[in-house]
Design a protein around this ligand. Structure first.
Ligand SMILES: NC(=O)c1ccc[n+]([C@@H]2O[C@H](COP(=O)([O-])OP(=O)(O)OC[C@H]3O[C@@H](n4cnc5c(N)ncnc54)[C@H](O)[C@@H]3O)[C@@H](O)[C@H]2O)c1
Ligand SMILES: [Zn+2]
Ligand SMILES: [Zn+2]
Length: 337
């Protein structure tokens, strides 16, 4: 079996691996699509915290079910997985939050992922992909991250939702904030990505934080109320610290984006708003189900995010180019036969 291994930062290598053995509570998958995300790119760059090498990357997966003991799954059927393998015993797992299990093992991050022909996964991680294309199935996970962030925020119809960062994660947040009935305001410093929000996602309000007076624009759009929901999807410390001032009184601020440093904000400013600050990690089965239903109902069409396609054999040569913003990459999709 062919597999692509990230040996050290900046070095990918095709290797021949053993076809994995299937044990109890596991299933064997034949990989069909792998979506590339920021996590993979950061791991390759060497900027992903707590990352060990060598590692097989890839967690946004579409596959064919081959064999195993997953009840109700048949050989040859299309599937995707929830790639956050959890312990089932810790306080988070016992409280219905397997997405933040204390000993979480994310496929392609903490354990080897899907950049290979065959992959063994816990049978409990599987989702039926009936009626969906392999492209769509590989896009479920990044959208589920956004759906989870929106659910954390508890977006109500008619609320102004400021989404900062219009990368693949931010786009998913915008889609599910809209589905929840929110009025989405998209903010970024990349005009090309804001244009994508206007044209492909029909986002009515976009703000370029690099060229516009953000406070003034937000006041205009919200009739001086300011957004009652702010969601970060930049992972930029500067953007995260700045956004505390964009919250309406009584607002919720959800951090989907992640960075390594300490966040700093004015306590009196936070206090006077009686604001709520939340983090949002991964996603749960409920979020995956919502994403798949929304795709089937054509409420979201994330296939438009795919800007680059590459055969598995060419990933090694193309990978570094996806780090360059000038290639205009939103989502690169790897195809296997
Ligand atoms: N919650 C989770 O479990 C989870 C899962 C996956 C990714 N993430 C995080 O989500 C974040 C976004 O991921 P992505 O793949 O969409 O990243 P991305 O890099 O493609 O997108 C980030 C966007 O933020 C914009 N940006 C950067 N600085 C800005 C600023 N100061 N003001 C406004 N916009 C700014 C960039 O121009 C870019 O368009 C990352 O921090 C990533 O680590 C979180
Ligand atoms: Zn991802
Ligand atoms: Zn656990």
């Amino acid at each position: 079996m062919k597999q692509l291994v990230c040996i050290t930062p900046g070095q990918l290598e095709y290797q021949q691996g053993q076809q994995p053995e299937v044990k109890e509570n596991q299933s064997l998958l034949k990989i069909k699509r792998i979506g590339i995300c920021g996590t993979d790119l950061h791991a390759y760059e060497g900027t992903q915290p707590f990352f060990n090498y060598p590692r097989i990357l890839g967690h946004e997966l579409a596959a064919e079910y081959v064999s195993g003991d997953a009840p109700g799954f048949k050989a040859g059927e299309p599937v995707t997985i929830i790639p956050y393998f959890n312990c089932g015993k810790c306080i988070a797992c016992r409280s219905g939050k397997p997405n933040c299990c204390t000993s979480i093992q994310v496929c392609g991050v903490h354990v080897d992922g899907g950049m290979r022909e065959y992959l063994v996964v816990p049978s409990s991680s599987l989702l039926h992909g009936d009626g969906m294309s392999f492209d769509e199935l590989a896009l479920v996970e990044p959208l589920a991250i956004g759906a989870h962030g929106v659910r954390r925020a508890g977006v109500q119809p008619g609320e102004y939702v400021l989404v900062i960062g219009a990368g693949p994660i931010g786009l998913g947040i915008m889609e599910f904030a809209r589905i929840a009935g929110g009025h989405v305001i998209a903010m970024d410093i990349n005009e090309q990505r804001l244009q994508f929000c206007r044209e492909k996602l029909q986002v009515a309000h976009t703000i370029n934080a690099a060229t516009e007076d953000v406070m003034k624009r937000l006041q205009e759009i919200t009739n001086n109320d300011m957004p009652t929901v702010v969601i970060d999807a930049t992972g930029s410390l500067k953007a995260i610290n700045n956004a505390f001032q964009y919250m309406a009184h009584g607002a919720r601020y959800v951090l989907v984006g992640l960075q390594k440093n300490e966040i700093c904000f004015s306590h009196p400013e936070f206090h006077k708003r009686e604001a709520t600050l939340m983090s949002s990690r991964n996603a749960t089965r409920e979020d995956f189900d919502l994403v798949m239903q929304s795709m089937k109902k054509k409420l979201v069409n994330p296939a438009t995010y795919i800007t680059h396609r590459v055969a598995f054999d060419n990933v090694k040569d193309e990978f570094a180019s996806w780090l360059k913003p000038e290639t205009g990459v939103i989502k690169a999709m790897v195809e296997l036969g």
